[in-house]
Ligand binder design. Structure first.
Ligand SMILES: Cc1ncc(COP(=O)(O)O)c(C=O)c1O
Length: 420
C-alpha cells in the first residue's frame, strides 16, 4: 500500500522528495492510532485539532448510522432538512443572542471565505462599499485565496502573493506593544475605509500556538465597533471547548459580528464549516433584487450526515463529564507550565485550556520544516507519540478523552526532549 501511496497520492504540506514514509494507519480508537505493524500511537494533536472526543466514539458512530438510514445528501438550495435546521438553532443558542443566522460550508477555509465575502457584500448592499481589511501578523485562516490573503504572507503562499488583495496588518500583541497596536489600529479604523478585521481570538494556532490576553482582544473589538468596522472571529481552532469554554468569545465581554467554526464541529469526523452572523448583517441581503442575495454555495453544503454528527457532538459537549475532563487536562497542563516556566532549556512555555506549547531554546531556525523539529518529531514518534511540530514549537492538543496517565506519559517524554 505504501508503494501505491508513493506512486499515486499527493499529501498536504509535504515535500515529497525529502519526506519520510507516512504512518500507515489501519485503525483509530480513542486517543490511539494503530499502524500496519500493530504499533499504537497517541494522537497528540487530535489529527489536526479536529478530533475532540477521541476516535470511533460509539455515540458519534451511532448518530452517523442513524442518519444514513434517512437522508444521505441533498441539495441545500430550495430544499432543507431537520439535521441542518436543528443544528443552526442549537449553534445560535450556544452563542450570544445577537447571533441568529448560520451559513453552512465545508471546512475552516470556506467558513472564513464566506465571512470575508459576507462582510464585503454587507457594505456594498447598504451602499457604503468599504473594501479594506485588517488582519494580524502570523495569522492562518486557511488555504483558499481569500483566506490566504488575510493570513501571514510567507513561503507557504509566496507563488500566489501577486494575486492577493491588500490587507493592513497589525502586530501580534505581547506585554510590550499592546497600546501601540491599539493606536495603530485606531488610525486605520478612523479612515472609514476598513470593512472588517479578522482575528484568531486569544490564540493563533498555526503560527505556533501563540497566546494573547482577553483584555487586549476586548479593547480591540471595542475599538473596531466604535468605528463601525465588522469583526470576524475565526474560531475554527479555538471552538468546541478547546480553550476551556465552548468558544473563545465566552472569555471576553465584547462580541464579534461573525464567527467561523469547523474542525471539532462534527467531533472531527466529517468536513463541515459554519459562518454564524447577526440579523443586522443578514437583513442587508434582503431585497427585491437577486443580486443583493448571498450568491455563494457548495455542492455539499449542510450535508445531513455531517449535521447529524455535529448535533451529537453538541449533545456530548452538553454533558458535565466532558467539561470535567477539559478542566482536568487544563490543570495538568498548567502545572507542567509552572514547573518549567524558568527552565533554561526552554525559550517559552505556555498553556491555555487543553493546549500546551513550548519553544526550545538554542535554535535560530524557526522554519516549519526545520531540521530540529524533524528531530523532535522522530524522537517522539519512537515513543509512540504522534505530533507535528510548528517550527521549533512543539504542542499538545489532545482529544478530551485522554487520561491523566496518558498525559503524564506525554509530558515525561517532552521533558526528555528538553534535554536533547
Ligand atoms: C484558525 C484556522 N482557521 C482556518 C483554518 C482552515 O481550516 P481547514 O483546514 O478546515 O480549511 C485553520 C486550519 O488549521 C485554522 O487553524
Amino acid at each position: 500500500m505504501l508503494e501505491i501511496d508513493k506512486k499515486y497520492v499527493w499529501h498536504p504540506f509535504t515535500q515529497h522528495q525529502t519526506a519520510d514514509e507516512p504512518l500507515y494507519i489501519v485503525k483509530s480508537k480513542g486517543v490511539y492510532l494503530t499502524d500496519i505493524n500493530g504499533d499504537k500511537y497517541i494522537d497528540c494533536n487530535s489529527s489536526w485539532w479536529v478530533n475532540i472526543h477521541g476516535h470511533n466514539y460509539h455515540p458519534l458512530m451511532k448518530a452517523i448510522k442513524n442518519q444514513l438510514k434517512k437522508i444521505d445528501h441533498i441539495i441545500f438550495a430550495d430544499a432543507t432538512h431537520s439535521p441542518a435546521i436543528k443544528l443552526a438553532k442549537q449553534i445560535c443558542e450556544l452563542l450570544p443572542v445577537e447571533f441568529q443566522k448560520v451559513f453552512y460550508s465545508d471546512n475552516g477555509s470556506t467558513a472564513v471565505e464566506v465571512a470575508i465575502k459576507m462582510a464585503l457584500q454587507y457594505w456594498s448592499n447598504i451602499g457604503n462599499p468599504k473594501t479594506e481589511a485588517i488582519a494580524m501578523r502570523g495569522a492562518y485562516h486557511g488555504d483558499t485565496f481569500g483566506a490566504m490573503s488575510i493570513g501571514e504572507r510567507n513561503y507557504f503562499n509566496k507563488p500566489f502573493e501577486p494575486l492577493f488583495f491588500d490587507v493592513h496588518y497589525i502586530d501580534f500583541p505581547d506585554e510590550t506593544n499592546e497600546n501601540q497596536i491599539l493606536k495603530e489600529a485606531e488610525e486605520k479604523f478612523k479612515t472609514g475605509k476598513i470593512a472588517f478585521i479578522i482575528l484568531e481570538p486569544l490564540i493563533q494556532g498555526a503560527s505556533g500556538m501563540r497566546m494573547y490576553s482577553c483584555e487586549f482582544l476586548n479593547q480591540l473589538v471595542r475599538l473596531a465597533k466604535k468605528f463601525d468596522v465588522l469583526v470576524i472571529f475565526d474560531e475554527v481552532m479555538t471552538g468546541w471547548g478547546r480553550l476551556g469554554t465552548w468558544f473563545a468569545l465566552h472569555q471576553i465581554e465584547e462580541t464579534p459580528d461573525f464567527i467561523c467554526l469547523s474542525k471539532g464541529l462534527t467531533g472531527g469526523i466529517f468536513p463541515l464549516g459554519v459562518t454564524v452572523t447577526t440579523n443586522q448583517v443578514y437583513e442587508s441581503f434582503l431585497s427585491q433584487e437577486t443580486k443583493n442575495a448571498f450568491l455563494h454555495g457548495h455542492s455539499f453544503t449542510a450535508n445531513p450526515i455531517a449535521c447529524a454528527t455535529a448535533l451529537k457532538n453538541i449533545e456530548l459537549l452538553n454533558k458535565p463529564n466532558v467539561w470535567k475532563r477539559i478542566k482536568s487536562i487544563e490543570n495538568q497542563l498548567s502545572k507542567f507550565v509552572s514547573k518549567h516556566i524558568t527552565n533554561p532549556k526552554i525559550k517559552a512555555i505556555r498553556s491555555k485550556g487543553t493546549i500546551l506549547a513550548f519553544e526550545l531554546d538554542g535554535f535560530e531556525e524557526t522554519d516549519y520544516f526545520s531540521k530540529n523539529n524533524q528531530l523532535y518529531y522522530k524522537k517522539l514518534r519512537e515513543k509512540k507519540l504522534f505530533i507535528r511540530p510548528l517550527g521549533n514549537t512543539i504542542y499538545l492538543n489532545p482529544p478530551y478523552c485522554i487520561t491523566k496517565k496518558e498525559i503524564d506519559y506525554i509530558l515525561k517524554n517532552f521533558e526528555i526532549i528538553f534535554n536533547l
